[in-house]
Design a protein around this ligand. Structure first.
Ligand code: DOR
Ligand code: ZN
Length: 359
């Protein structure tokens, strides 16, 4: 039984203390970028699901285990952050290897990227029905499937790709594999949120801070804003409002996943800028602002610290994190080796700031 550790904080309070939250969707990269970004995530979250879209992708238990060691080695001294690894599914993934990595405790879930759907997804799955033997095995062993839910046909309008995927691929997959646990990652539309609700119990979704704060017009506000471009791309305002309802409404099928995705500034400010928003230093502050604006601070803990753990069959964390209603300006950029990475909302005064963390 999971209970809330702290008394619910009514809207209008100046301080909120939650059980330590987890981030169920993180891109940490490798090398100097990993070293630069992991301290920010580790300062905010106790655990996190690490995405496997490295170059080359993390497709074997040995690669996942080695990557986990590199992440641990990059953590600040004394950090207790726990990276939870995922397997990058390809057309060649074997059911036995999936099971071996799961039963050995190396990975907690597998990530399905439709081939070519996003950054480093070109080794992804080209034929989802053909993945049936892998998905059947995952269903049998209780291993969750995390899905990047976008169609890849370039003829489909980019703003319709999530909807197209849900109709053509997700609903048939859920019908074929009725016991499979599925998390729809970074949901961006009202309709997808309804599909998740309709299958709640075994289907869940993560929601990012940026999809709660920006809509598709934000990407073009006063000029092109490459640092707001991610995939799935932000949708119309009605979708943003629906996502805010989903995140703050207290439904157990929605939980925190930042999709923090660092790229060098130059790779985003380019003739063909890549997709991804970097949230490491500001994630919890942004979520707190949204919950506050929605008058739902009393539901923040469920979204941030309880629902995801329950979906993955884990106990919630024991420590706490405190957020204060005290404006603080986020850094505009952070340094990563030779590069800079632009921070979401960087340079702006965020109304909530991170306070004490206890273990
Ligand atoms: O915007 C995105 N960036 N979406 C993804 O799915 C991948 C991510 C990345 O790895 O940069
Ligand atoms: Zn992602």
């Amino acid at each position: 039984m999971m209970t809330t550790l702290t008394a619910p904080a009514p809207a209008g309070v100046d301080t909120i203390t939650l059980r330590r939250p987890d981030d169920w969707h993180i891109h940490l990269r490798d090398g100097p970028m990993l070293a630069a970004v992991v301290p920010y995530t580790a300062a905010q979250f106790a655990r996190g699901i690490i995405m496997p879209n490295l170059v080359p992708p993390v497709t074997t238990p040995a690669a996942a285990s080695a990557y986990r060691e590199r992440i641990r080695a990059a953590l600040p001294e004394g950090s207790d952050f726990q990276p939870m690894m995922t397997c990058y599914l390809t057309d060649a993934t074997s059911p036995d290897e999936i099971e071996a990595g799961f039963t050995q405790g190396i990975w907690i879930a597998a990530k399905l990227y439709p081939a070519g759907a996003t950054t480093n997804a070109h080794h992804g799955v080209t034929d989802i029905p053909a993945l049936a033997p892998v998905l059947e095995r995952m269903e049998k062993i209780g291993m969750p499937l995390l899905i990047h839910g976008e169609a890849t046909d370039p003829a489909i309008d980019i703003f319709d790709r999530e909807a197209a995927f849900m109709e053509a691929s997700l609903l048939p997959l859920l019908a074929r594999h009725q016991g499979l646990k599925v998390c729809v990652e970074h949901v961006t539309t009202a309709e997808t949120a309804d599909i998740v609700r309709a299958h709640a119990g075994r289907v869940a979704a993560t929601i990012t801070p940026h999809h709660l704060m920006i809509n598709r017009t934000s990407i073009f506000q006063g000029g092109l804003r490459p640092h707001l471009y991610c995939l799935p791309v932000a949708k119309r305002e009605r979708h943003r409002l629906a996502l805010r309802k989903a995140a703050t409404g207290g439904e157990a099928c929605f939980f925190l996943g930042t999709d923090t995705a660092p790229h060098p500034k130059g790779a985003k400010e380019s003739a063909c800028g890549c997709a991804g928003v970097f949230l490491g230093p500001v994630a919890l502050q942004c979520y707190a602002q949204v919950f506050d604006e929605e008058g739902a601070l009393d539901r923040f803990e469920a979204f941030a610290s309880l629902n995801g753990a329950r979906f993955h069959g884990l106990e919630p964390n024991t420590g706490t994190v405190t957020l204060n209603r005290r404006a603080e300006t986020a850094p505009e950029t952070i340094r990563a080796g030779e590069d800079e990475v632009v921070v979401f909302r960087g340079g702006e005064a965020l109304p909530w700031s991170l306070g004490e963390v206890t273990r």
